[in-house]
Design a protein around this ligand. Structure first.
Ligand code: 4AZ
Length: 246
């Protein structure tokens, strides 16, 4: 997160670290993307995060990836589902959404705690200008390599007209994407935050409204972050997660 601050323990309890097995290793995994816990056995992430030749695990309830933490839950991924119309071009990334099914241990996947909770799927659209929250371990203004501490930031939802205007992203934006951030730059998601949550709150309920997807670098003027519009994929998510309980 570019221009963010340290997240509070339990402040983003749906945040997942999506990790891939280091080549040849049985033990070692490295963070590649963010994700969002939406059901005890399901994490939502970006399609561009998934390489089906790799082994994935998900870490929940973590703030500092570099330190031991008793709040942490590590779960194997038994299935990856990338959207059938996912497509990346040099200019844009379409239908950038994927699901990870977690492996149950002793009959349970994620266990709810102060540090691990699900985010709700959105039922309605939020208005332009709504202040929402992004979080992740991705690149910062100080470090291209990201932060071992989870960071978060507030961003504003930007209208589709502005997002698809020539000075912003023009025709590279479709209705399954939206922009959020600040046209003046300075606060943004960045490389390594991909797949992670943009959540918006209504009546004290936290909704997973966007998935960190792409953008022109990070924190640049007139180049806000681009997010997958989760409301357009709620039926897809419900269909894909219906056939495997919790
Ligand atoms: C990336 O490379 C990336 N500023 C993610 C988010 C943004 C730009 C790039 C948005 O994964």
């Amino acid at each position: 997160i570019y221009g963010g601050i340290k997240a509070l323990p339990g402040g983003q309890p749906w945040q997942a670290s999506v990790q891939v097995r280091a080549k040849g290793s049985t033990m070692h995994f490295r963070h590649v993307c963010g994700g969002t816990l939406i059901k005890p056995c399901w994490v939502l992430t970006a399609g561009h995060c998934i390489d089906n030749t790799k082994d994935f695990q998900v870490v929940l309830g973590t703030i500092d990836l570099a330190k031991p933490e008793t709040s942490r839950q590590t779960l194997e991924v038994v299935q990856t589902i990338v959207h059938e119309q996912y497509r990346a071009t040099p200019e844009s990334v379409y239908n950038d959404i994927a699901l990870l099914r977690l492996k149950a241990k002793n009959g349970k996947c994620a266990e709810e705690s102060q540090f691990v909770k699900t985010a709700c799927l959105p039922a309605v659209d939020f208005h332009d200008g709504t202040e929402c929250s992004i979080s992740g371990w991705g690149a910062t203004s100080e470090s291209q390599h990201g932060s071992s501490q989870l960071l978060d930031a507030d961003v504003l939802l930007i209208s589709q007209d502005v997002c698809s205007s020539i000075r912003v992203y023009g025709k590279d934006i479709d209705n399954n994407m939206f922009c959020a951030g600040y046209l003046e730059g300075g606060v943004d998601s960045c490389q390594g935050d991909s797949g992670g949550p943009l959540t918006c709150v209504e009546n004290q309920v936290h909704y997973i409204y966007g998935i960190v997807s792409w953008g022109d670098k990070c924190g640049l003027k007139n180049k806000p972050g681009v997010y997958t519009r989760v409301t357009n994929f709620v039926d897809w998510i419900n269909r894909k997660t219906a056939t495997a309980g919790v």
